[in-house]
Ligand binder design. Structure first.
Ligand code: C2O
Ligand code: CU
Ligand code: CU
Length: 503
């Protein structure tokens, strides 16, 4: 059975004539070699930026509160002019003059108060990706802060929320651009009784930047919109290919803050100890680690051989990008990210065998389906006012409409969601306000149970795959769910779950 027939048989009971025709479009769209008009592929800088600096630590956002268990600070979004190479100016958009934005580092139980000031020429918001914050504090697409305005975001982080999160803008239609111009920052929530708190930490936040021949950050072209934008430079804490010395066992927190770049990390042996929403139950040795855009992980690196030089590399990952003519989408390549010097110690280090208990979410009260679809009208493809025409990225056959509620659910119900990718490209699924557990992943060949329990707010869904997850929303309010390729999200591959109290 081919992938389309498999999905259609899975979806057959739903009446999906719509889906069949969309998928027909998707098929023909993958090799549009004869499409030549309006491609606007930008000329890119082919030189090098400086490499080889020592990996800089993330800049800490200073807490100005005097009271205990309170974190207060200000974030200002504004343009930042930088010289990546001497006498060439690149304008980023930054939080507090930094790319990436400063690290917010707090404990479970803390109350966080961030004054956000928007000095951009566009509306913005700050979304607290992955954190269980009330929906009115979560920087939703229509809760905008206008240019020149301020607002305070305030929330208390519950016990059990320790993990590795981030923040980024989420204004309707502007998210992708604001993120690729530099607006994204890391957020760590710590537990007091963390079983790995004895390990030194390194933080590696990956972002990418696309530079044209003048070293300016160009607007999105049609291919950027279609495939999600990937810059030709992948930066780590804002640096190109820095170096890092690892002296004995170390805990790494990893963030993929790229709009669309998948990072298949290899080259350093790592033990996975945590996902988006914090620690696993048991450490899991991994050969490589795929971080989809928006995803985070915690790993422990244990040097085995003294003075071993290795390269943390993003291995080529084919995610089904579409092209309009031969050669306009370059083949995937391995990207060296960090030169790592491992310094072993004589005493073998043994990780704790147990990290924490993760209770499995039980039998669901409700089941939902989220179907990713894409459609293209070749006659209408082009660009208009900086946005593409003739292509659609949808959920359940519709583009995002903030006035439409796609699903209504109840506080504390256990929900099972089936995320179905009926397109020819990978799409990373994300939902706001909570963490979920992956139950299984089904393809036309088999259904694979998830090997271990983990809290996530990101899961990649491959073409033709069905991923089943369980989640529970603990607060009332509207929550977005979407593809975290931010161009797709901006084009409408997003929906709204309304959470209400059962009366
Ligand atoms: Cu990181 Cu709705 O997004
Ligand atoms: Cu989010
Ligand atoms: Cu997508």
């Amino acid at each position: 059975m081919d992938r389309r027939r498999f999905l259609c048989s899975q979806l057959g009971m739903l009446g999906t004539g719509m889906l069949l025709s969309k998928m027909g479009y998707a098929q023909s769209m993958h090799h549009m070699h004869n499409m030549t008009e309006n491609t606007q592929v930008s000329a890119l800088f082919t030189g090098q930026l400086p490499t080889g600096k020592v990996l800089p630590p993330l800049t800490l956002l200073t807490n100005t509160a005097s009271a205990a268990k309170t974190f207060q600070a200000k974030l200002v979004a504004a343009p930042l002019t930088a010289e990546l190479i001497p006498h060439k100016k690149t304008v980023f958009w930054s939080y507090n003059g930094q790319v990436p934005g400063p690290l917010i580092d707090v404990y479970e139980g803390d109350t966080v108060e961030i004054v956000f000031e928007n000095q951009l020429s566009q509306p913005s918001t700050v979304h607290w990706h992955g954190l269980p914050v009330p929906s009115e504090e979560d920087g939703n697409p229509v809760d905008i802060v206008a240019p020149g305005e301020k607002r305070t975001y305030r929330f208390t982080l519950p016990e059990g929320s320790a993990g590795t999160y981030w923040y980024h803008p989420h204004p309707h239609h502007y998210t992708a651009e604001q993120a690729f111009r530099g607006l994204a920052g890391p957020f760590i929530v710590r537990a007091k009784n963390d079983p790995l708190r004895h390990l030194p930490e390194s933080h590696l936040l990956f972002s990418d930047v696309k530079l044209d021949t003048n070293l300016h950050i160009p607007d999105n072209d049609m291919l950027d919109w279609m495939n999600g934008r990937e810059g030709q430079f992948v930066l780590v804490n804002g640096q190109l290919r820095p170096k890092l010395t690892v002296n004995g066992p170390q805990r790494w927190r990893l963030w993929n803050a790229c709009n669309a770049h998948y990072l298949q990390l290899t080259g350093v042996s790592m033990v996975l100890v945590g996902t988006d929403g914090g620690l696993l139950e048991k450490p899991q040795p991994v050969n490589s680690l795929l971080l989809s855009p928006g995803e985070r992980a915690e790993v422990v690196v244990i040097p085995q051989i003294d003075q071993q030089q290795v390269v943390l590399t993003a291995k080529a990952y084919a995610r089904g990008k579409m092209s309009m003519q031969q050669g306009d989408v370059p083949p995937e390549q391995d990207i060296p990210l960090v030169d790592v010097l491992l310094k072993g110690s004589k005493d073998a280090y043994v990780l704790p065998a147990f990290l924490r208990k993760i209770p499995a979410l039980g039998t669901p009260q409700v089941t939902r389906q989220v179907i990713f679809t894409e459609s293209v009208n070749m006659k209408k493809m082009g660009m208009k006012n900086g946005r593409p025409t003739g292509m659609q990225f949808m959920i359940n056959g519709r583009e995002f409409d903030h006035a439409r509620i796609d699903f209504t659910g109840f506080v504390n119900d256990i929900e099972q969601w089936e995320i179905i990718n009926a397109t020819e490209m990978d799409h990373p699924f994300h939902i706001h306000g909570t963490q979920f557990q992956v139950i299984n992943r089904q393809t036309e060949f088999d259904t694979v149970q998830e090997p271990f329990l983990a809290w996530r707010d990101m899961v990649n869904v491959k073409p033709g795959e069905i991923v089943r997850i369980r989640l529970q929303q603990t607060m009332v309010g509207d929550r977005m769910f979407h593809c975290h390729i931010l161009e797709h999200e901006d084009l409408g591959m997003m929906g709204t779950l309304r959470v209400v109290k059962r009366d």
